[in-house]
Design a protein. Sequence first.
Length: 314
Amino acid sequence: MRKRIFALLTSLVLSLSLMTGCGETKASASTGEAASAPATESVAAEESETESVAAEESETESVSFGADTQAIIDRGVLRVGVKNAVIGFGFQDTLTGEYSGLEISIAEKIAESLGVDIEFTAVTAATRTELLDAGDIDCVLATFTITEERKNSWDFSTPYYTDYVSVLVETATGIKTLEDLKDKTVGVSSGSTSAKALTNAMIEAGVIDGSSFDADSFDAATWTEGVSFKQYDDYPAISTALSAGEVDAFCVDKSILAIYNTDTRDYIDAKFSPQDYGVATKKGSDFSVYVETLVSTWLSDGTIAGFVTENGLE
Ligand code: GLU
C-alpha cells in the first residue's frame, strides 16, 4: 500500500511539475500524499517510534495541500455529482442503492487517492452546475460535455470519454433521418448541449438554412427555424412526452438515450456532435489541478481504458 502511495506521489509530482512548473509542485505533492491521508495522523504518530518508518513518514509530512483539496480531506468525504440513470456511466440500482459505471469508478478512485469516503448526489443537466456553484458538491462526473463556453464558468479535466448526440423516436412515426425532423418538435433537457447540436447538424446536413444561426447566442427556447424544442427538467419527463406525442423526438447523447430505447422506439440514422466528457470542478480551485493530474495519469496508464471496458463501453 505504502509503495503504491509513494509511486502515485512521485508520478503526480512529476506530472504537475511538467504541467505547471515549480510554483505548483507543492500542491501536487500534497495530491500524492492525500493517498496516505486516510490512515492519517494516528498511523504517523504510531510509526514515528520506528526510525526507518519515521524517515519515510517525514517525507510525506513535509507536503501540504491546496486549501480546497485540504478541505475535502479534512471533511473526510468527497461529494460527487453523478447521473443515476445512465447505464455504463452513472447508474443507481434502485433496489440496493448502489451506483455503478465509468464515472462512478473514476470518482471512487479520486476519493481513494484523497483517502476519503465518497458521497454521490444524483444530478441532472440542469442541477449539476448549481450544486457545484453552491459548494454542495466538490466535482461533477455526469456526462458533462466540455465546451468553450462552459470553460468560462468551470474547470474541466482532460476528457475521459467521448460520446455523440443522437435522436430517439417512436418507430411508428416513421421518422428515420435528420430530414424527417424538419419542422418537428424535439424534447431536450434544460441546460444541455443537445438543441444546439441538433440544429447545427440539421444545418450541416442542408435540412435547414440556418442563416440566422449563431452558436454563441443560440437559445433552444426561441429557435423555430426548421425545428423547435421543448425543454424538460429531466430525461424521464422527455420520455413520457415522447410516448404522449407531446414531442416528435428525444435528443441527447447516445449514452443517455440508451435506457429509453424501448421496443416501440428507434434511433434516427444520425450520430453527430462529439461530446467530450470531463470532470468539472470550481473554476480556479486547487482541486481542479489535483483532479487533472489524476485523470491525465489514469488516461496514460490505462486505468480509465480499463474502467471503460469493465463498464461495457467502447
Ligand atoms: N452531455 C450533454 C451536456 O453536457 C447532454 C446533457 C447531459 O449530460 O445530461 O449538455
